[in-house]
Design a protein around this ligand. Sequence first.
Ligand SMILES: Cc1cc2nc3c(=O)[nH]c(=O)nc-3n(C[C@H](O)[C@H](O)[C@H](O)COP(=O)(O)OP(=O)(O)OC[C@H]3O[C@@H](n4cnc5c(N)ncnc54)[C@H](O)[C@@H]3O)c2cc1C
Length: 435
Amino acid sequence: MNIPRTESPRVVIVGGGFAGMSLARILLKEDLQVVILDRHNYHTFQPLLYQVSTSGLEPDSIAYPLRKITRNSKKAIFRLAEVNSINAEANSISTSIGDLAYDYLVIATGSKTNFFGNKSIEEHGMWMKTVPQALNIRSLILENLEQAVITDDPEKRKALLNFVLVGAGPTGVELSGAIAELRNHIVPKDYPDIDPTEMHIHLLEGLDRVLPPMSENASKKAHRFLKELGVHIHLNTMVESYDGHLVTTNTDLQLKTETFIWSAGVTGAPVQGLNASALVEKANRYEVNVFNQVNGYENVFAIGDIALMQTKEYPKGHPMVAQPAIQQGKHLAKNLKRLIKGAQLEAFEYRDKGTMATIGRNRAVVDMGKMKFSGFTAWFVWMFVHLWFLIGFRNRLVTFFNWVYNYINFDKAARLIIRPFKGYERNMKIDKEEI
Ligand SMILES: Cc1cc2nc3c(=O)[nH]c(=O)nc-3n(C[C@H](O)[C@H](O)[C@H](O)COP(=O)(O)OP(=O)(O)OC[C@H]3O[C@@H](n4cnc5c(N)ncnc54)[C@H](O)[C@@H]3O)c2cc1C
């Protein structure tokens, strides 16, 4: 791996997501050897992935090179590697580029899509956790529109113009809103051969309201906004299967579609090797104490989505969103400094800063403690918060410029099929997973 041994303690961080980055940025200033390992050489700002998949932003606006984090510190090291297993007895990990010993190990591997064991969805559906997956969705949407223009089979055309999204959490709501805007503003200009009323966006949700993690008020408003945009909402509807062409559900609803996007849940993405008691099996997340120490280990920590910290206020663990990951990363940095100095560790306390989702231009919902608002103000707050948390000045500037441009022109500039997903009839199916 070409990592020298130094006098300083070595902290190995697996994952350069929100949690790993927040931790690393503080530790880099300390007298420690910080090694960041990630299977991508960039950090992904996942909350804006949906804009990449719907042609609103290019991926380089929401990704940030991890080497840009380590380059300002002589003792920080980045390696592009998949971490395969942990050998806690030997204080070492095994990766795609070799083994590495650690003094302190921090697991910040986040989560992965949960298919709840449904093989047909996993095989035929699309999902979105990474930049390549968002680009696949973008290509598929645009390729299906191109194919709809040329097909002379009315049933096939209908299926190509039917877009089915499953799971009305923030991702499903934001994606369906963005596809509806594509239909309302881009299709009439770019595709004169398609009548926009032929294009249908269906959002399916197993529970009885959209945005179930948010307040009733936010759900009602989001429901109304989606309806205004022309999204068909099917509540209390569970998908049973998708064979690549037909969606079947637990109700009478059946939909023919060539675009099926699954955003109905996530589960932890643990690394093999720790004792079974470290993992909460149902959630696939590591059980951690209030110092983020993994159950049964003193020098192994977990932060972010992968960590399940049960507290009185959060008996099922913190929500799997960016804020707990950022706050745990920052808090662990302070605790690691304390640990190395032999000082007492301090318990983590989560400060809920609120939840928000956008449904399209001028439409968003925000829950901030007792304050709940929606519409233009919420949309403005949503934009400001996302720009604020986006990593890198250039990314903020480019994203801001794109949003202003898109807003003024009712445009989505990134509608490019750079890497075809289907290859039309040539059947050049590209792997949906990472490349
Ligand atoms: C589409 C989408 C939209 C979202 N929208 C919002 C939102 O609006 N607001 C919000 O608060 N949250 C949102 N979230 C959730 C939020 O992004 C996550 O809660 C947050 O990213 C968790 O941070 P993390 O650091 O724990 O994990 P991640 O940010 O997922 O980072 C994990 C990192 O670990 C790396 N990794 C994983 N396994 C390995 C391995 N074995 N070897 C090497 N590297 C590995 C990954 O490549 C990744 O870089 C969204 C998530 C998604 C997918």
